[in-house]
Design a protein around this ligand. Structure first.
Ligand code: HSE
Length: 328
């Protein structure tokens, strides 16, 4: 079944924006998988994130006039850029191919970092288009279009970055076909320390190295942990959250692509992390902590460690972003 079938109706578009009208939207970075939930769990953070400025133009179609912060890595060709391709699918769906849109994309986060970089851009673009058109349908209905962007970026339309980027908060993809998205509660004090070691790990390749067959006993361990994490979130039980965030399926393989992954985990746990793991497909790593100060100590320690082995890095500390995209 095509996932667009989850759309209940054509969008409730109420406005015909005038030429020159514009909107600027921020959409957040996301941590997908959340260690044990490969392709089914993700959450949004407050920073980093991407910005899109979208302007109505008089000629129908989509133009990308500017991309900044990408070091020339992203295509300006609207047929090849994930933002314009997703927006194009959306415009076709709502029957508004008569409209002309100019897109400026301002990358405020590293590409290929495992922080949902393409998702943040795509979601910012879709939310900008929805806002300009006065489309009041629920943001979740943009998800199939956002997944088109993911498909283009890495060959697979996983939703564990785009769903939290679009909806904010902690999200479970209970099913892909049909798409069934569940927002999960989380302890409000939960902080996330993220470190991005500046090495290249493209998601497409990081997906190719994963085993596609697993042992039943490993599956049992993994789904016990996923259920434990979800229960911990509902019960506000930080110890249960921490001990459930273990991944025996994907992490053993992907950790090989991340410099000193296990040493970084040891350092983070020594400093009081609740849990530690790979963010999305890596190379970023993240730790949950109970407070801001511990999160900052962890990012400092890990960055110092990476510098000592000649690896540049960036870091971010954030609570969980419950809002998703916003007009700025
Ligand atoms: N679930 C996806 C993966 C997320 O791990 O490949 C990519 O950011």
């Amino acid at each position: 079944m095509d996932n667009t079938t989850i759309l209940k109706s054509k969008a409730a578009v109420s406005e015909n924006p005038s030429v020159g009208q514009s909107v600027k939207v921020f959409a957040p970075a996301t941590v997908a998988n959340v260690v044990c939930g490969f392709d089914v769990l993700g959450f949004a953070v407050n920073e980093p994130g991407d910005e899109v400025i979208m302007r109505v133009i008089d000629k129908p179609g989509i133009v990308i006039s500017k991309i900044t912060g990408d070091n020339g890595r992203l295509p300006l060709d609207p047929k090849k850029n994930t933002v314009s391709v997703s927006v194009d699918h959306y415009l076709k769906h709502i029957g508004r191919t008569d409209i002309g849109l100019d897109i400026e994309l301002h990358k405020k986060m590293p590409i290929g970092s495992g922080l949902g970089s393409s998702s943040a851009s795509t979601v910012a673009g879709l939310f900008a288009a929805k806002t300009l058109l006065g489309d009041e349908t629920d943001a979740v209905e943009l998800l199939p279009f956002a997944r088109k962007g993911e498909e283009m970026a890495c060959g697979h339309g996983h939703a564990d970055n785009v769903a939290p980027a679009l909806l904010g908060g902690f999200v479970l993809i209970r099913s892909y076909d049909p798409l069934d998205i569940v927002k999960l509660p989380h302890p409000k004090y939960l902080h996330c320390a993220i470190v991005f070691p500046d090495v290249d790990v493209p998601t497409r390749e990081a997906r190719q190295i994963i085993r596609n067959k697993i042992q039943m006993k490993d599956a049992v361990t993994q789904w016990g942990n996923i259920a434990g994490l979800v229960s911990g979130l509902f019960m506000n039980d930080i110890d249960l959250i921490g001990r459930s965030m273990k991944d025996i399926l994907v992490e053993p393989v992907r950790s090989l692509l991340i410099p000193d992954f296990y040493k970084m985990r040891e350092l983070a746990m020594e400093l009081g992390a609740v849990s530690f793991g790979i963010s999305g497909s890596g190379p970023s790593v993240f730790a949950f902590t109970k407070d801001d100060e511990t999160a900052r100590q962890i990012t400092q320690k890990l960055q110092k460690h990476l510098a000592a082995i000649n690896i540049n890095s960036n870091s971010y500390v954030s609570t969980i972003n419950d809002l998703g995209p916003k007009v700025i």
